[in-house]
Design a protein around this ligand. Structure first.
Ligand SMILES: [Zn+2]
Length: 252
């Protein structure tokens, strides 16, 4: 049993077929994260249609936030406040300085992130975080959230710096590894620094990685690669990361 802990399932043309193909490779759960106001109802519908398989993540992505008028962001936050209790996870949320280059734009992303983290804390939901071009800032928020709430905090696609991973390990922040680990030596080195009890798997489907189309079934290749790097069997790596995911969700 393997879990793809970060996937934009609602962006795929035929999620049911994709889930069946993933299940055939042993991927039995997929966290479907939203990005936009429109994708939140789609994610909830997918979780209803595939109970036990699709884990709903609701949230507003920083890149989306930076491209919307303030009224659209306010409406998105209102929907999130009303529907987050129906989801299992807050995500995909975070900061993205590729889309926010001025101090004003960055402050707006931070304000919306703070609002979303407060909703997660109030609803008792773990968080799934994006951190392009500002990994340290997002990591600090993950650590603070985890300390203040005791809830799970996950940094997705966070395999850039061993130094930051050591701080995550000390603070008990989860880090998910995706298909970059298949061919990128730096990702491999950083992934090996993640504490065993904090390691999660992901694909970030449908973002193409290493020139290849992406899909949740690729979680198996990621797991096989990590197992080989760590000197574990695939079964042991699967058991380890699935137990981590359940602890992150607060299921045990
Ligand atoms: Zn994503």
């Amino acid at each position: 049993m393997l879990v793809d802990t970060h996937c934009h399932l609602d962006q795929l043309p035929d999620p049911a077929t994709t889930l069946a193909e993933a299940a055939a490779q042993g991927i039995t759960q997929v966290v479907a994260v939203s990005e936009s106001a429109d994708s939140m109802p789609s994610v909830l519908a997918l979780a209803l249609a595939h109970p036990g398989t699709v884990v709903a993540g609701l949230g507003l992505h920083p890149a989306w936030i930076s491209q919307q008028p303030p009224e659209a962001v306010a409406a998105g936050l209102e929907f999130l406040a009303a529907h987050l209790p129906q989801a299992r996870v807050l995500g995909e949320v975070g900061l993205d300085h590729q889309w926010a280059t001025t101090p004003e734009e960055q402050a707006f992303q931070e304000e919306v992130l703070a609002r979303q983290l407060a909703l997660a804390a109030a609803a008792g939901k773990p968080i799934n975080l994006h951190s392009r071009r500002c990994p340290r800032q997002v990591m600090e928020r993950a650590i603070a959230f985890s300390r203040q709430t005791g809830l799970g905090a996950q940094l997705h696609w966070f395999t850039h710096s061993r130094k930051l991973i050591h701080q995550c390990n000390e603070a008990g922040v989860y880090v998910s590894v995706g298909p970059m680990v298949l061919a990128d030596p730096q990702t491999q080195e950083v992934a090996l620094a993640i504490a065993d009890e904090l390691l999660l798997l992901e694909t970030d489907t449908p973002v193409p990685i290493s020139g290849q189309p992406n899909h949740p079934a690729r979680t198996r290749a990621v797991a096989e690669k990590l197992a080989a790097l760590k000197g574990l069997s695939l079964e042991d790596l699967a058991a380890l990361t699935t137990a981590n995911f359940r602890r992150y969700l607060g299921v045990n």
